[in-house]
Design a binder for this molecule. Structure first.
Ligand code: NAD
Length: 536
């Protein structure tokens, strides 16, 4: 049991309305119109470092608009960050849970109030999210991560071994011996908050390398942590070059864990990097990675065509398909396809693609020129492919930003790359199966892609639903029945997948926190034995 105050189970943070005439709306508009270019430093032990090596951050939907300049740390500074966290590690670990949890709660409240408009605006501009996508991420989910991590840490600490009449036993939930390297992706501002504070609430220190594409919003969150009283050096903000920062982190014998979210390829390279020198670390590093997906939507002939079409529109195209959970392959029975495809075409024609500050926009731009080039290439090749038919969309353009139309392909070859590989953009591939081939389609979905992150099944036949859940038992870590495969809520649907999608340590739950603790079990005997003979 932990002594001290108990933090109650939090409720999920409610979305705030930013409409015309509201105070929040005015604050958001002013933050969106702000033209000052933010200088993003490296922060080590509370000190800010600016450098000559600078990377520009521009709005993906308006590439003329310069938002920020990231000041990259040198190799020496990254090393200094590691030693600075070493200096504060013991004191941080010795604090009570209540002290650490209070800092997270304060940070949550700061984001929920004073910084809400600012961090939402940074997420909208820097990552090209509409407000409908930013508020649930950079405000609600981020706040939930902080409050739920504070709450769930108590559940870990409360887990204690049994004591008996002659001795008392206890688990000391120690942090790991060393620092945790947190590497966050661009697509959710909230994820950076979780990758850092989950290890920190368990008493660890953290070297945080944010994605350069979300560094602006991530830096605002870091400032909230500082304002909340996070001691300098507990989390160092190191927006360095990915390969350099990783090389330095993995060369330290004090690397005790990696908390990663991003692509499967990068996580696998981190894993190999650790494995290749595993005997060089003081402790075997814990590796936690939530990675890519090729998330499916399966419709049974008993499903309702409109419900399926709406789930596909929202599941595949919200935030330009750049959610790890986004629907990117769909399996639709021939009997439903005419209605589903017609509704997809009609709905998608209504969707506005453009400036995220305009509240009627549904989709902004994709994150970068590299992503735009890759998607343009894939779409162009698909248009020339005899196994592929364009159902909707297919246009891409580069002025004023990296835009890709919501695109749907019907693919006749069930082994086509469009049904296997993660594209991370607004491209949905549909395989139309014969109604009588339901059993084979379940097997096909399970075996087609290396990923197993999310999936959804639309079906009103209870026996078929039960059968599908069984066959697809390992095909998704988050399975949705009669719902789209996106939109997991902290506390409600702990998130993560298996196979190539990661270690399935369920972000935002106590299961994830267990990875950041190394329990020491202490037995204390009341009366030590005074004779060596058994039974004496
Ligand atoms: P990414 O893998 O390109 O980058 C993720 C992070 O790794 C960034 O901080 C990046 O700078 C860093 N990085 C890149 N190359 C590196 C290297 N060689 N060594 C060390 N670090 C490196 O991913 P992204 O484009 O930011 O995000 C999209 C990916 O993340 C998709 O694959 C998506 O499915 C996945 N994702 C998964 C989840 C999940 O919970 N499963 C959530 C969000 C995103």
């Amino acid at each position: 049991m932990i002594s001290g105050p108990q933090f109650p189970l939090p409720a999920n943070e409610a979305e705030v309305q930013f409409g015309e005439g509201t105070e929040s709306g005015a604050a958001l508009r002013s933050a969106l119109e702000q033209r000052e270019v933010v200088e993003i430093p490296t922060v080590i032990g509370g000190k800010r470092y600016f450098s000559n090596e600078v990377t520009e951050v521009r709005a993906p939907h308006d590439t003329q608009r310069l938002l920020a300049r990231i000041h990259r740390p040198s190799e020496a500074q990254i090393k200094e960050a590691i030693s600075s966290s070493k200096g504060v590690a013991r004191e941080w670990a010795s604090l009570t849970h209540a002290s650490r949890a209070t800092i997270l709660h304060r940070a949550a409240d700061i984001v929920a109030t004073r910084l809400r408009a600012k961090i939402n605006a940074a997420t909208m501009l820097g990552q090209s999210k509409t407000l409908d996508q930013a508020e649930p991420d950079s405000a609600c989910e981020l706040i939930d991560f902080l409050r739920f991590n504070a709450y769930n840490a108590q559940r870990v600490y409360a887990e204690q071994p049994m004591s008996v009449a002659t001795a008392v036993n206890r688990a000391d939930w120690r942090p790991l011996e060393g620092f945790v390297y947190a590497v966050s992706p661009f697509n959710f501002t909230a994820i950076g908050a979780n990758l850092t504070t989950a290890p920190a609430i368990m008493g660890n220190t953290v070297l945080w390398k944010p994605s350069e594409k979300s560094a602006l919003a991530n830096y605002i969150f870091f400032e909230a942590l500082e304002e909340a009283g996070l001691p300098p050096g507990v989390i160092n903000f190191v927006p360095g070059d990915a390969e350099l920062t990783t090389r330095v982190a993995l060369s330290s014998p004090d690397l005790a864990g990696i908390h990663f979210t991003g692509s499967s390829a990068v996580f696998q390279s981190l894993w190999k990097g650790v494995a290749s020198k595993v005997d060089a670390f003081r402790t075997i590093p814990r590796l936690v990675g939530e990675t890519g997906g090729k998330d499916f939507v399966l419709a049974h002939p008993s499903a309702n065509a409109s419900e399926v079409a709406i789930a596909l529109v929202r599941g595949a195209f919200e935030y330009q398909g750049q959610k790890c959970s986004a629907a990117s392959r769909a399996y639709i029975p021939r009997s439903l396809w005419p209605a589903v495809s017609q509704q997809l075409r009609e709905r998608l024609a209504e969707l506005k693609v453009g400036d995220v500050a305009d509240s009627s926009t549904f989709m902004g731009a994709v994150i970068s020129q590299a992503s735009h080039q890759k998607l343009s290439r894939v779409i162009a090749a698909a248009k020339d492919d005899s196994a592929v038919k364009l159902v909707s969309g297919g246009k891409t353009w580069t002025e004023p930003g990296w835009f890709v139309e919501p695109t749907v392909f019907e693919v006749s070859d069930p082994q086509h790359a469009l049904l296997k590989e993660e594209l991370f953009g607004p491209v949905l591939s549909v395989f139309v199966y014969e109604d009588a081939q339901w059993d084979q389609t379940l097997e096909l979905i399970d075996a087609t892609s290396p990923y197993a992150l999310t999936g959804s099944i639309f079906c009103t036949d209870r026996f078929a639903l039960h059968q599908a859940e069984g066959v697809l038992v390992n095909a998704a870590g988050n399975l949705y029945l009669n719902d789209k495969p996106t939109g997991a809520m902290i506390g409600q649907q702990p998130f993560g997948g298996g196979r190539a999608s990661g270690t399935n340590d369920k972000a935002g739950s106590y299961l994830n926190l267990l990875r950041w603790a190394s329990p020491r079990v202490v037995k204390e005997t009341y009366l030590p034995a005074r004779d060596w003979k058994f039974g004496a």
